[in-house]
Design a protein around this ligand. Structure first.
Ligand code: SF4
Length: 323
């Protein structure tokens, strides 16, 4: 197993809501005491329903959301305590690709200026070297240099996402967080972008966090998968462990909920009910309000993490010998 590039320790991220009709603000526990190691060179997928906290976790890792508690260690240093020059270096090494490539590109800037900007701010390269680097990078994502003088609206969704990937690559990062990078694209284009990310990971020894609610994409691209529920990781394992020997009832229900092209819409043990509000999470195991195997203890105590194999962990009383 490779070394950890990111080490997240007991991280919590919280939001305050607007005042309600009773004049009180509520606290949303978007990420709750979450611990996770991300290994150098892997694609770690984070899966779960909308609202489970996966995008908030991603934003906390690039300091777009403040942490309420915990530590985020990157290459041995806590990013929450970095000074200005350490942060500048961190921001070069860690980049993010967003879901909507149109919203993430400045519509008033030509592509060449969008790609030159990070190099001007973060490097000492000459103008000529910057232009050369931009041309090299646009080729890496499968586009021609003719596109550099165009504006974002002149491209298709897939081409815009390639440009967003080029911008993420331009500073030679070590780590990329891709937050639903294909869910705004047509199905026919999704495979091209997924394959491009896989090729780039191999060619440049990148490490990825890949956030998605699409389990078929996750199965194809990832090395390991973390399943999130209401701000916590409830199961973590190698991709084959999660897909072929899932242990947590939530993971099993998520997998059973994937529509099949069988002509038969009847599915067994699919996920029922809605995700509870993270402002009022259930006591005990947070999944107990939807779990078909709920026991009295599940309503009172939170399950500890149980080791299934050296690489597979689950938080469920069904896996504990003496709960
Ligand atoms: Fe279900 Fe209990 Fe396991 Fe939670 S701990 S997933 S409620 S069986």
């Amino acid at each position: 197993m490779n070394e950890s590039i990111f080490k997240i320790d007991n991280l919590s991220v919280e939001y305050k809501t607007q005042k309600g009709i009773l004049g009180q603000k509520q606290t949303i526990h978007a990420v709750n005491n979450l611990s996770l190691d991300i290994h150098q060179g892997e694609i770690l997928a984070i899966a779960g329903e909308s609202g489970c906290g996966k995008s908030t976790l991603a934003k906390a890792l690039v300091l777009l959301e403040p942490a309420a508690k915990g530590e985020i260690i990157f290459e041995g240093k806590n990013i929450l305590q970095m000074n200005k020059s350490e942060l500048k270096d961190f921001r070069k090494k860690v980049q993010m690709i967003f879901q909507n490539p149109y919203a993430s590109l400045n519509p008033k800037m030509k592509i060449i200026d969008t790609l030159k900007e990070p190099l001007k701010i973060n490097t000492e390269l000459s103008n000529e070297e910057i232009t050369q680097k931009v041309i090299e990078t646009i080729h890496k994502v499968g586009l021609d240099e003719e596109c550099l003088n165009l504006y974002p609206h002149e491209f298709s969704g897939g081409q815009r996402q390639r440009i967003a990937i080029a911008r993420a690559l331009i500073l030679n990062p070590e780590f990329i967080i891709a937050d639903e990078p294909v869910s705004a694209l047509d199905v026919s284009i999704q495979a091209q972008i997924i394959n491009l990310l896989k090729e780039l990971k191999e060619s440049y020894n990148l490490t990825f966090i890949f956030i998605s609610h699409d389990l078929s994409v996750i199965k194809y691209i990832s090395d390991r998968v973390a399943i999130m529920y209401l701000g916590e990781i409830v199961e973590l394992g190698k991709t084959e462990e999660i897909f072929y020997t899932p242990e947590h009832p939530y993971t099993k229900a998520l997998l059973n909920s994937v529509p099949q092209i069988t002509g038969n819409c009847e599915q067994k043990n699919i996920l029922k009910g809605d995700l509870p509000s993270p402002a009022n999470p259930p006591l005990g195991c947070k999944f107990h309000t939807r779990c078909p195997y709920c026991m009295p203890i599940c309503r009172e105590k939170m399950p500890e993490e149980t080791k299934i194999t050296d690489t597979h962990y689950v938080k469920c009383f069904l896996q504990q010998e003496n709960p």
